[in-house]
Write a protein that binds this ligand. Structure first.
Ligand code: ACO
Length: 381
């Protein structure tokens, strides 16, 4: 019998020691390797940030150039994986397609040489390079088209938008998308990262690590919330309906998607940045019909639930940004995964460097010494 206090959802229980990122949920501070998210959003880009997260320091200009070059070189995905994706049902969720495709990479590249820095680097490069290609490929395949080949002249973010829409993206759109990736790259020990770490702790290959994390990110209480925010705004329909909608949710005790966080008890700093990015896009490409509803809903939720520490989280404004970038709603979570691969890989590397397999305990609540009853003597209930 354990003498530790049981905390559902492991709330407040440290599961590891980590130097990758830091959240102060009372003050709304997020840092990657000690650097504030606001600074990275303004001055860095997604690949530089990924390097920082995974290797622990900002790269020199030469190191960054070499890293970007390797990623460009590895963007293409084997035709056998593309053919496999063509067999997926078009009606399937793109997160399921991504989980299966990420796991399939392990069929081609797994060696489990986890003490070999060259293998680690190759796995990092392959996963960062190929995950966006696979997300875009499934989108094209399910529309009945062939996957679009990556365009080597475009940077990471611009190339993804290009593969998705088959046209070179506007510069502001590509920049905003890159900032979104940076904002979603890492966030301490959330559910999908914990999942990645548990899988990593068995010393399996990094493709299995990422595949398990993708499966965890897919749920509506985690990455899947960004899709549900758009459904909420659609359901509300107009600013006039906001108060009634909220009242109804509160009466039914149902959650309002895009609000609340285990750690943040103030507005998520990423939501503040994403709201500004949304406004930049609206200024150039026109306002989203749901934006006013979103602002009114945030105001109403803050008034009613702010005293309980429930504020907008990262998922609340990200969907509005993605819609303006022409990303379909059910790709919002795969796009989140593209970014979070960086954080998962940073935790994978940190885990295997000082590994001990995760094997928590439990508090058993069932019976003991029950008698086995043969099937012909059991009663129907
Ligand atoms: N709307 C209404 N009430 C809420 C919300 C919400 N969005 N979030 C929390 N609460 C309430 C709960 O009903 C609960 O009330 P109670 O104490 O009276 O029962 C209390 O606040 C605590 O909520 P929990 O669900 O226990 O908090 P927990 O830390 O376990 O969950 C979570 C955090 C899952 C994010 C939760 O706030 C939620 O479900 N939010 C909506 C889904 C969402 O937006 N998820 C994305 C999170 S960000 C991310 O994963 C990338």
């Amino acid at each position: 019998m354990s003498n530790c206090e049981y905390k559902p959802g492991l709330e407040g229980i440290p599961a590891t020691q980590s130097s990758i990122s830091y959240v102060d949920g009372q003050q709304g501070i997020l840092e990657y390797r000690g650097i504030r998210i606001e600074d990275l959003a303004e001055h860095s880009n997604f690949l530089e940030t990924s390097y920082l997260l995974i290797w622990g320091e900002l790269p020199s200009a030469t190191e960054l150039e070499a890293f970007e070059h390797e990623i460009r070189y590895h963007r293409r995905v084997k035709y056998r994986i593309r053919d496999m994706m063509k067999c997926f049902p078009e009606s399937g969720h793109p997160m399921d397609a991504l989980q299966a495709s990420a796991a399939a990479l392990g069929l081609f590249y797994s060696r489990r040489a986890l003490d070999d820095p060259t293998y680690i680097r190759a796995a990092v490069v392959r996963l960062l390079a190929k995950i966006p290609t696979m997300v875009a490929a499934f989108q094209n395949i399910r529309k009945g088209n062939d996957p679009v080949r990556p365009w080597d002249d475009l940077n990471y973010a611009a190339n993804f938008l290009y593969m998705l829409n088959e046209r070179e993206p506007d510069q502001l759109a590509a920049h905003v998308f890159d900032v979104c990736l940076t904002l979603h790259a890492e966030h301490t020990i959330n559910a999908s990262t914990f999942s990645a770490m548990v899988t990593a702790s068995t010393l399996t290959d990094p493709y299995a690590v990422v595949a398990s994390a993708v499966g965890t990110l897919a749920g509506p209480l985690h990455g899947g919330a960004n899709e549900e925010v758009i459904q909420t705004l659609e359901e509300i329909g107009s600013v006039e309906n906001v108060d009634a909608y909220l009242e109804n949710c509160l009466q039914r005790k149902s959650k309002i998607m895009g609000f609340g966080h285990r750690v943040y008890k103030v507005k998520d700093p990423r939501a503040t940045i994403l709201q500004k990015l949304a406004e930049q896009l609206f200024e150039k490409f026109g306002r989203d019909e749901y934006y006013d509803i979103a602002v009114a809903l945030e105001k109403a939720v803050t008034e009613k639930l702010g005293n309980r520490g429930i504020y907008a989280n990262v998922d609340f404004y990200s969907g509005l940004v993605y819609r303006k970038l022409g990303i379909p709603t059910d790709l919002f979570t795969p796009v989140f995964a593209i970014a979070r691969v960086a954080g998962w890989l940073a935790h994978w590397k940190e885990q295997v460097e000082e590994n001990r397999i995760f094997r928590p305990t439990q508090i058993y609540t069932g019976p003991h010494d029950f008698q086995y009853i043969p099937i012909d003597q059991r009663r129907d209930f």
